[in-house]
Design a protein around this ligand. Structure first.
Ligand SMILES: [Zn+2]
Length: 171
């Protein structure tokens, strides 16, 4: 599908679907506390269903997503809030196999975006991941050593296999 073909539709298809969603909506009055006490940091990849892959549903968990599923400053802000104010006592950091952020170099990402945009993208940083497991270990350390993550919070790292659905622990 070309970019224009989807832009021509506007948001009508999605808003129509939303009206159907409202008909079956049963979460009115939810307080925003993560009922299962879980927070998940993962990639924006469309192959990942972060709640479904660990048997959870809306209301159960805090989900923080970005390209690569990295723990940066905004993820840490979310996790500090989640562990103190939103009932979270277990955090999963979940990068995945065949991630574009780990299979392209920074230069390649800039070239591909530049080619799509038809303009220079060399000034933008995408934070390509050189070694996924090493990056995950660094991200786990950032969470575990953060002075404001609530004490006693369990922090686990897992690589999600987008072809089997399996989580592989990384320590
Ligand atoms: Zn990814």
């Amino acid at each position: 599908m070309s970019q224009n073909a989807s832009a021509d539709k506007g948001f009508d298809d999605l808003l129509a679907a939303n009206r159907g969603y409202v008909d079956n909506f049963d979460m009115a009055g939810f307080d925003g506390i993560a009922r299962a006490g879980v927070a998940i940091v993962t990639c924006m990849d469309s192959r990942i269903d972060p709640l479904g892959l660990v048997g959870l549903k809306p209301g159960d968990a805090k989900i923080f997503r970005n390209p690569g599923g990295r723990v940066g400053s905004s993820a840490l802000e979310a996790l500090v809030l989640a562990t103190h104010l939103l009932g979270v006592d277990r955090i999963l950091v979940v990068p995945h196999t065949r991630c574009a952020m780990a299979s392209n170099s920074e230069v390649e990402l800039r070239e591909r975006v530049g080619a799509s945009a038809g303009k220079d993208a060399s000034w933008m940083t995408f934070h390509a991941i050189e070694d996924q497991e090493q990056a995950l270990r660094e991200d786990l350390a950032k969470v575990r050593t953060h002075p404001l993550i609530a004490e006693g919070t369990l922090v686990g790292g897992f690589v999600y296999d987008v072809d089997s659905g399996l989580l592989r622990p990384v320590s």
